[in-house]
Design a protein around this ligand. Structure first.
Ligand code: G4F
Length: 337
């Protein structure tokens, strides 16, 4: 039986990956923080249904000593490093914590792996945020990085650390350059879930307003369940390589709002301009969306669009869910809630 260790197992991607690895008959280990175990109802909610089949280890990616112990004890065949401070907005507000967690975390994990279990295959969750102020469209594995946030900088650094361990120490280490991927398990701080949860609530109760920042940013949004499959496929290759994982379709935040409103049974139209613009539901003539200038970022990534041809060709990976399917899946789940 193969063994896998997942850092960030309680997050959206960690939970989908753990499910898929259990289905593939892996022994699945996860790293969890003490605060998580102390608040199981909230923090373990995404893995509660499979918790009895998992082996959870107390620890953090900030603790090198603890990671040494875990790699020595478990000696996993594969390690998926998903743990990170992944919210862009927070990375501007508290860049030091983001740098500490995201950069030291990769370095600790890879160093412990190299010392105690050098045959373990390692996956690093890179991000399309590394492209930032994009130098070409669509973005591929060859596109130059130009990060626009502290978070993006940490992901570029993590990518380079991963490459260095591959080249310097012959570790099977690779990075997925993952474009935005969402699901009904997405955290409420990210724009897609913020939109679907608020519009579902407004549609059911007739109360509340959804406050948003930049409506014109374009993202290549896919389904997280599809993306974790690409992680696994990357670690089954004969040689470690980096891959872009994306749908190849880009939509604005405004389009996401419009589609989600339709799925929630609203007939949305826009009124006003700039920060005074708002979205109104024609059926009730109620204001359901407004702009909050505080939600704009100091430096924005305007357009992300990925070209995942290499993943399609070499991994046989392709997305099963595209924009409309994703929006409807998320709205329906929030309406049920
Ligand atoms: O949903 P977001 O917060 O995701 P963002 O910043 O693109 O990052 C996500 O995807 C990355 C991959 O490219 C990951 F690496 C990262 O960890 C994360 O998963 O924001 C999407 C867009 C941005 O342009 C933002 O300015 O939505 C815009 N936006 C407009 N109003 C908002 C809001 N974003 C949030 N979170 N909240 C708003 O009210």
């Amino acid at each position: 039986m193969k063994k896998a260790l997942i850092t960030g197992i309680t997050g959206q991607d960690g939970s989908y990956l753990a499910e898929q690895l259990l289905d593939r008959d892996y022994e699945v280990h996860g790293l969890v923080r003490r605060v998580t175990l102390e608040d199981p109802t909230h923090r373990l909610r995404r893995i509660r249904h499979i918790q009895k089949d998992l082996r959870l280890h107390l620890g953090t990616i900030e603790s090198y000593a603890r990671l040494l112990d875990i790699f020595e004890d478990v000696k996993p065949d594969e390690c998926y490093h998903l743990a990170a401070q992944s919210f862009l907005h927070e990375s501007f507000e508290d860049s030091h914590t983001t740098f500490d967690t995201n950069i030291t975390g990769v370095l600790n994990t890879l160093t412990a792996l190299k010392r105690k279990s050098p045959d373990t295959r390692f996956f690093f969750a890179g991000s399309s945020e590394m492209f930032g102020k994009v130098e070409e469209t669509p973005q591929t594995e060859e596109t130059k990085f130009h990060p626009r946030s502290p978070y993006g900088i940490t992901k570029v650094t993590g990518f380079e650390i991963t490459r260095n361990f591959r080249e310097a120490y012959n570790i099977f280490a690779c990075s997925g350059i993952f474009f935005n991927h969402e699901s009904p398990r997405r955290g409420y701080e990210f724009v897609t879930r913020k939109i679907t949860s608020n519009l579902a609530k407004i549609s059911c109760t007739g109360e509340g307003v959804l406050k948003l920042g930049n409506l014109e940013a374009q993202r290549d949004w896919g389904f997280a369940g599809d993306y974790v499959d690409a992680m696994w496929k990357m670690l089954q290759r004969s040689e470690p390589e980096d891959y872009v994982v994306a749908t190849g379709e880009s939509h604005t935040v405004r389009e996401f709002v419009e589609s989600a409103a339709r799925h929630a049974g609203m007939d949305l139209y826009w009124d006003g301009e700039g920060i005074n613009e708002c979205g109104i539901d024609r059926t009730t003539e109620r204001k359901v969306v407004e702009i909050d200038p505080k939600l704009f970022r100091p430096s924005e990534v305007n357009l992300l669009l990925g070209n995942a041809s290499k993943a399609r060709r070499e991994l046989g990976w392709k997305p099963r869910v595209y924009f409309d399917g994703l929006v409807s899946m998320m709205v329906e789940s929030d309406l049920r809630k």
